[in-house]
Design a binder for this molecule. Structure first.
Ligand code: SER
Length: 622
């Protein structure tokens, strides 16, 4: 089945079950200090899972574009990708296990026409430590569904010892495998974080794929969660009903939610009964183009296939990120696009591609998404220009850089720095080459300052990617409302040409980017702060309304440029309905009155890019 049809069938199916269908949120989340990219479908839904009313109701579905930078070096096997789409549906305190598992089964077997005999499921085995019992309700629902489809319904309580067991269909796993939260297992969850047991569905690509004859797997019994290659997890229903408490225990959330995620790439692979996601039509046009550029075939050998997958994944991810406005740069999100492109160029070099080729692949990716994401085609020219530049910078020095690398006996700070400065090798590329060639990375005699410099962009970006938690803590909420006041005060002071270009909040400060062509004078800064602090001291009310987008915009609400909003939006107003100082389309959360923010002080300002300024503020008590 064509992946476009998989996506469409999913959205149509859940529309029929009274779900509101949302457009994909951008891959660069707004107002989320702890993550650079949207890494799962539920990330933009977090405030609603915690109890905020969603403007579109209690049943939501979408196909969310995601990017997981931490998987960059996993790419090369038949299932890992950095960019992927997650088909998602959510019950925000509405339906629960019965409806959800029925719909999942119906969608997979009727809409995608997957053979039910090839589907296997897992459920949560319970935990004494968490005081949460095993998920018998899901077991019984699955048993009925599989029995009606003429399949076995055996429950396997200890898969690690029992393996697939005769007639095994439903497998119990503990919180290491069958618990989902953004932070992973319960112990890793921060206080306030929602999570819950889940039930995953696996597709069986055939026992002949099991590598159990292989020495590394020979002694282990195979089961759905085994990595041998026979099974692929295709989707996951999380019963998000618990919240972590300060003493480490869990209490029930005010509402029982369902958070479903199904990987489009993997579902599409199941529909063609091929365990290689790169064999789906999301990739085959890219693979064919690389074949024609390189003269090598995808199946030539294991090493070439690996290179094909890296190039295909990386170019697709880079194009999708660029279509969301992220172009190659030295830090933050742009650094990942740079890393993707340079890594792709390096692997292309292994395939014998020495001439510029990235720009030839851009239209191929755009064509794959012509129907689902026409904005990629609209931006094709801009993306091509940016990638051509990147290619020009790196491709011509790569060969010399590799030659230089081959003369090294070990990699230390000095050589890593030189590879970065002279040959544009991202630090991780140097590390990877060193690993491949069995060279020592001498950590102890790193000229520290130089090594720090070489790694600066990496750490600045990588440090932020842990966990991907949106901060809903009290201090972050105060800074979030302060951001709205700052935006309003800037526009009042400098004129309405000022537009928000981005923001970032940590527990210690807020950072705000806005369009303006020069730095602020001292007098402007002092006027700005006294205006904001006047609003804080006036203890203005902060109210939220759900409105039609047009009505909200007409009433003066500011929208964030480039963001796609649904027809109905939530609008935060600061001040009274008639006499307000700020009104913005925003998902929250916010304080209820401005005095809760506390007095703000100026920290610093910077230039970020041509015409974009950055300003930092913090609460005085810090
Ligand atoms: N949040 C869950 C996941 O990412 C289900 O959507 O797997």
């Amino acid at each position: 089945m064509h992946p476009d049809d998989v996506r469409q069938k999913y959205l149509d199916f859940f529309r029929k079950q009274q779900h509101a269908i949302l457009p994909s949120a951008p891959m660069v989340p707004e107002n989320d200090p702890t993550t650079l990219f949207t890494g799962s479908g539920m990330q933009p839904m977090i405030t609603y899972l915690l109890g905020e009313a969603h403007p579109k109701g209690k049943r939501i579905a979408d196909s969310q574009r995601c990017f997981r930078s931490q998987d960059i070096e996993e790419v090369g096997d038949n299932r890992h990708t950095t960019y992927f789409e997650m088909l998602g549906n959510w019950s925000l305190g509405d339906y629960f296990k019965q409806e959800q598992l029925n719909w999942v089964f119906t969608f997979l077997t009727r809409e995608l026409e997957l053979d039910p005999q090839k589907l296997y499921v897992t459920v949560f085995s319970g935990s004494e430590k968490l005081n949460i019992s095993h998920d018998q309700e899901s077991v019984e629902i699955w048993q009925k569904l599989f029995a009606a489809a003429g399949c076995s319904t055996g429950v396997v309580k200890n898969p690690d010892t029992e393996g697939m067991a005769k007639d095994g269909r439903i497998f119990f796993f503990n919180e290491k495998k069958n618990w989902w939260s953004r932070a992973g297992v319960p112990d890793n969850m921060p206080v306030g974080e929602p999570g819950g047991p889940d039930s995953e569905v696996f597709y069986d690509f055939g026992a002949e794929l099991a590598l159990h004859e292989d020495s590394s797997f020979a002694k282990l019994p195979c089961h759905v969660n085994c990595d041998c290659g026979r099974f692929l997890e295709i989707c996951n229903s999380v019963f998000m009903q618990f919240q972590k408490q300060a003493d480490g225990s869990f209490t029930e959330l005010s509402q029982k939610n369902v958070d479903f995620g199904g990987g489009l790439e993997r579902l599409a692979a199941a529909t063609i009964n091929n365990p290689d996601v790169f064999a789906t039509q999301l990739f085959t046009p890219i693979i064919s183009k690389i074949e024609s550029i390189s003269g090598v075939t995808y199946d030539a050998d294991e090493k070439s296939r690996y290179a094909f997958r890296v190039i295909a994944d990386h170019i697709r991810a880079a194009v999708m990120l660029a279509s969301d406005g992220v172009l190659p740069a030295n830090k933050e999100q742009g650094y990942f696009v740079r890393r993707l492109l340079r890594r792709a160029i390096r692997y292309a070099h292994d395939l014998g591609i020495k001439q510029p080729f990235l720009t030839e692949l851009v239209p191929v990716v755009a064509a794959i998404y012509a129907k689902a994401y026409p904005q990629v085609t609209e931006q094709q020219e801009k993306i091509t220009t940016a990638f051509a530049l990147e290619q020009q910078k790196f491709q011509k020095v790569l060969e010399k850089g590799l030659r230089h690398f081959s003369t090294l006996k070990k990699v230390d700070g000095e050589s890593a720095f030189q590879l970065y400065e002279t040959y544009g090798f991202p630090f991780e590329l140097t590390q990877e080459l060193a690993r491949e060639r069995g060279l020592d990375i001498a950590a102890d005699d790193f000229n520290k300052a130089r090594a720090d410099h070489a790694a600066a962009s990496r750490t600045a970006s990588a440090g932020k990617f842990r966990g991907g938690l949106q901060d809903t803590s009290e201090i972050a909420t105060r800074y979030h409302t302060a951001t709205h006041l700052l935006h309003a005060a800037l526009r009042k002071l400098l004129g309405t040409t000022v537009q928000q270009k981005g923001s970032n909040i940590t527990g210690k400060r807020l950072r705000f980017d806005f369009s303006h062509d020069r730095s602020l004078t001292e007098s402007e800064i002092s006027q700005l702060l006294s205006q904001i602090n006047e609003w804080v001291a006036a203890d203005l009310p902060v109210s939220k309304k759900i409105q039609k987008k047009e009505v909200a915009l007409k009433s003066g609400a500011l929208a964030f440029f480039g963001e796609q909003y649904p027809d109905e939006v939530s609008v935060y107003t600061i001040g009274s309905e008639k006499d307000w100082v700020s009104r913005e389309l925003c998902g929250g959360p916010h304080v209820t009155h401005t005095a809760e923010i506390g007095k703000l002080q100026f920290m610093k300002q910077q230039a970020v890019a041509a015409g974009v300024r950055r300003i930092y503020l913090q609460v005085e008590s810090h």
